[in-house]
Write a protein that binds this ligand. Sequence first.
Ligand code: AMP
Length: 118
Amino acid sequence: MKKKTNKYNIFQKIIKKEIKSKIIYQNDNLTAFEDINPKAPIHILIIPNKKIKNINQINIENKNIIIEMIFIAVKIAKKKKIEKKGYRLVINCNKDGGQEIPYLHIHLLGGRKLGSIG
Ligand code: AMP
């Protein structure tokens, strides 16, 4: 029987290329890929290759990954030529923060005027 992919390991499978996705950047530490359900013309997710459940799990040992994730998000924004018009980086955390996938990710959103947060 085919094993069902649940939301806990979907991003791990994307990293390992076990499920189809549009990976646009990958190195030893992180992976960036297109969101399957884009909320803007540009909607990219940046995730660490080593699983971290959410931003609450950032600690003294692993904190550098956040800097690298933001650095790559900005690099992608510049490559997509949206840095002048602007874009948004979002990290959702847990239920009230709207986090659906319990695997740390930064949303890079751009390519249109985004509404206010809330
Ligand atoms: P969040 O609500 O912050 O947890 O965001 C999770 C995001 O993951 C949503 O924007 C989904 O559209 C996206 N997503 C879920 N499954 C996939 C997938 N297989 N490939 C790409 N993006 C996905």
